[in-house]
Design a binder for this molecule. Structure first.
Ligand SMILES: CCCCC/C=C/CC(=O)SCCNC(=O)CCNC(=O)[C@H](O)C(C)(C)COP(=O)(O)OP(=O)(O)OC[C@H]1O[C@@H](n2cnc3c(N)ncnc32)[C@H](O)[C@@H]1OP(=O)(O)O
Length: 396
């Protein structure tokens, strides 16, 4: 049993914050773990109990023991039953595992159980291929290409002849791609563009596809899609990196405030011409931009549509680092491949510790921005701007 206990201890030490030893060594972290941001609800716990039954791979005896111990600790508290006899190997191993958790609080055990099941579910689904969106047989879906390599899932906008403008189908496909990436075995996820542009924002021809319910219905469904789209970025659990390979416009700029890292070529520009288009900020930028760059710089961008160079965007904190265009791809991918080798659970959990403090706020802001935009899309100012662009009278 010393062997099992030793191996368990090693597992815990390498596991995601589940070791009682680690928790006592980092009391500040323990506070976070027990705080509302990291608390696993009863529902999360019940979901995890069901998820365990659906695991495609047997996790092995050591992990099963760990699950058992966390379950007992979460539901009954510290081990207080008599130790089974030496010949009762199985029950003794279970007792030892439970007893090893000492006085770990029930709430922490519940959280650790949920995290462990979540990492097991992710790795048991790792055999699922992340296929290019084109293979999902969705119309227009070759506009998005998803690949997974070297621990990195890359979502590439692939409409270079339209400057990677986002069609309605692409919003749906990106949501699906992010959902798949959140569960695959990659450590980090990248969004980038193919061709000379990163993305020219919302495809303005989206406005021409009016359903039987008329423009009001179009605006309503657009606002729902926008909200769902941005929610995925708010909730994305792993490090999310934007590789900005060229100019970025509109929503492709605003959501950068929800990424963890933004690398840009020195050829990139950042442009949010909402007033020119009779529109208003989305992607939580009404909150993230003032927070990142201060209110007046944010106003220059979001209200007056000031276009920033990559270096200006970096100085103002929207971009993490700028690279010469000639070496951009090489330098960025070398860096990302190195990052992708870091322990994935630690990265995920650190990201969540950072993000969880304001997740609720971001969701509320997203809902409000989407509502305001729904009204803006029905305004004369917006309709005139779209008509001007579509009739080739206006360009940014
Ligand atoms: C669920 C809904 C959510 C909605 C969320 C709201 C988001 C708000 C925004 O994103 S606002 C930003 C909207 N974007 C724009 O207004 C950009 C419009 N495009 C341009 O001004 C220019 O095309 C350009 C400055 C991006 C590039 O100019 P350039 O001269 O280099 O290239 P072309 O104009 O010749 O572009 C090549 C073809 O691509 C088409 N195209 C480019 N961007 C868009 C776009 N956003 N929507 C639709 N089409 C776009 C352009 O029309 C050319 O097509 P053509 O070859 O058929 O003429």
């Amino acid at each position: 049993m010393a062997g099992v206990a030793g191996r368990l201890a090693r597992l815990w030490c390498s596991g995601a914050l589940s070791s009682p030893l680690q928790v006592t060594r980092f009391p500040a972290l323990q506070l976070h773990l027990c705080g509302p941001a990291m608390r696993a609800s009863q529902k999360d716990f019940e979901n995890a109990l069901n998820q365990v039954k659906l695991l495609k791979k047997d996790p092995g005896n050591e992990v099963k023991l760990k699950l058992y111990a966390l379950y007992k600790q979460a539901t009954e508290g510290p081990c207080n039953v008599p130790k089974p006899g030496v010949l009762d190997f199985i029950n003794k191993a279970k007792w030892d595992a439970w007893n090893a958790l000492g006085s770990l609080p029930k709430e922490t055990a519940r959280r650790n159980y949920v995290d462990l099941v979540s990492s097991l579910s992710a790795s048991s689904e790792s055999s699922i291929q992340v296929t290019p969106a084109a293979d999902r047989k969705q119309p227009g879906s070759d506009a998005l290409v998803v690949t997974s390599q070297d621990g990195i899932t890359t979502i590439t906008l692939n409409r270079p002849d339209k400057k990677n403008a986002l069609t309605t189908q692409m919003y749906h496909d990106i949501i699906l791609a992010l959902e798949a990436a959140s569960k695959d075995d990659s450590a980090i996820t990248v969004l980038t563009g193919n061709g000379d542009y990163y993305c020219s924002g919302n495809d303005l021809t989206n406005f021409t596809d009016i359903p039987p319910g008329g423009v009001e219905e179009k605006a309503r469904s657009g606002a729902v899609l926008l909200r769902d789209f941005v929610d995925c970025f708010i909730d994305f659990p792993k490090p999310l990196v934007a590789v900005v390979n060229g100019p970025a416009v509109g929503i492709s700029v605003t959501i950068l405030g929800l990424f963890d890292i933004v690398y840009a070529t020195d050829r990139a520009t950042f442009h949010t011409p909402f007033s020119h288009l009779g529109q208003s900020p989305e992607g939580c930028s009404s909150y993230t931009f003032p927070k990142i760059m201060g209110p007046s710089k944010a106003t220059e961008m979001l209200v007056f549509g000031k276009k920033l160079t990559a270096r200006e965007a970096c100085t103002q904190g929207l971009v993490t680092e700028v690279f010469p265009d000639s070496t951009f791809q090489k330098e960025v991918w070398v860096r990302l491949k190195a990052y992708s080798k870091l322990p994935p659970n630690a990265m995920r959990i650190s990201k969540q510790v950072i993000r969880n403090t304001e997740k609720e706020k971001l969701h509320a802001i997203n809902a409000e921005e989407s509502n305001v935009l729904r009204e803006r899309w029905l305004s004369d100012e917006c309709m005139n701007a779209v008509v001007s662009f579509l009739s080739k009278k206006a360009k940014l």
